[in-house]
Write a protein that binds this ligand. Structure first.
Ligand code: XIL
Length: 346
């Protein structure tokens, strides 16, 4: 069975697609993805910096192609993302002198952006990651230009705006490390406040950039249940299970090739994934899926952050140029032990 066949009636199984895939520059990937997945998220193509890098300059070719592809293949489209501190150009927050804009100007720019992007695809988007990464690991608010300029109540403002512009789309809050208790509790508090005020929010996205043994099953299930108890849909929106260590000695974004003495330690599987590690990864994926399937009443989607180990962002994050193996399919689109382990949980 394929993934979407195996989990039919349970939850959607999605993938993120990058520009090369969407524009059909890597042979076979489009057909392969539509055979395995029934939801698709643009890995980058709908981010502000890609759609509208400078004022008045719009690029919809890749996102248009993605939405057309999804529609032709009966895949749900997940919009990613409308409000984020990252991959949003500086000009959005600045006036012509490079000084921070006032609240009304930023609101007008955001509304224009949402009209241009969410409005363009209105009716064709299943759900939007409206707000991405607004809360830090300790549960405090991220001090982003959005919050600084729009004010402390900006979360309600941006969800209401998104709902006005695409009333049919489900609206999500999306973030990483959503299993950390401090962050989890802050998200629950934020959502309860929105719900009490009637602000439209329909789902919680746990990004799901995981590792072998991380998060603990205890933290993972406690978070799923806490979000499920809010009465919202819960999704894993960007799943990957890295097999590589986090490099404490290198800066995020550093090039691994420049770190000769660390190379073997931090990039150990350049010759291929050893069988025992592939097995450990498979067990880890299975453990996550077991808990997700057990919560199918409120878990509505699991999306992998990529199609295969090739062209996967984890080869370049947190440092550039490693050989990671985070997906269910290897560099030749062949199923790994993790694929069979996940299917066995369906
Ligand atoms: C990543 C993409 O995968 C990369 O190609 C890009 O260079 C940076 O962004 N959280 C998110 C995603 O919400 O948008 C990020 O995607 C990964 C972390």
């Amino acid at each position: 069975a394929t993934l979407n066949e195996a989990f039919e009636g349970c939850f959607l199984v999605g993938t993120a697609m990058n520009r090369w895939f969407i524009m059909d520059e890597v042979p076979g990937v489009l057909d392969f993805a539509s055979s395995q997945f029934n939801a698709v998220t643009a890995e980058n193509a709908m981010k502000w910096g890609r759609i509208n890098p400078s004022k008045g300059d719009y690029h919809f070719d890749i996102s248009d192609a993605l939405v057309d592809y999804a529609q032709a293949n009966e895949m749900k489209v997940i919009g990613h993302t409308l409000v984020w501190h990252s991959q949003t150009p500086d000009w959005v927050f600045e006036n012509w002198r490079g000084r921070p804009v006032d609240r009304d100007t930023l609101l007008a720019r955001l509304e224009n952006h949402m009209e241009k992007v969410a409005g363009r695809y209105s009716g064709r988007i299943h759900g939007w990651d409206v707000l991405n990464e607004a809360i830090l690991d300790d549960g405090s608010w991220r001090d982003s230009p959005w919050r600084r300029i729009l004010g402390e109540d900006y979360v309600a403002t941006v969800f209401e705006m998104a709902h006005r512009i695409d009333p049919q789309a489900e609206l999500y809050y999306n973030d990483y490390n959503m299993y950390l208790p401090g962050k989890r509790d802050a998200v629950v508090t934020m959502v309860k406040d929105l719900q009490a005020r009637g602000v439209p929010i329909h789902g919680i996205g746990m990004q799901g950039h995981f590792g072998i043994g991380r998060p603990s099953m205890e933290d993972f299930t406690a978070a799923l249940d806490a979000y499920g108890a809010l009465g919202l849909k819960v999704m894993i929106t960007e799943m990957d299970v890295t097999v590589l260590p986090w490099p404490d000695t290198l800066a995020v974004g550093a090039d691994i090739s420049a770190a000769a003495e660390n190379r073997d330690e931090l990039d150990p599987y350049t010759e291929g994934l050893p069988a025992d590690i592939a097995e450990a990864q498979a067990e880890q994926y299975a453990a996550f899926f077991r808990e997700l399937v057990a919560r199918r009443d409120f878990v509505s989607r699991v999306t992998f952050w990529g199609v295969s180990d090739a062209d996967n962002w984890k080869n370049n994050f947190p440092v550039r140029g490693r050989t990671d193996h985070p997906m269910l399919f290897d560099r030749y689109l062949q199923p790994k032990p993790a694929f069979d382990a996940v299917i066995a949980e369906a």
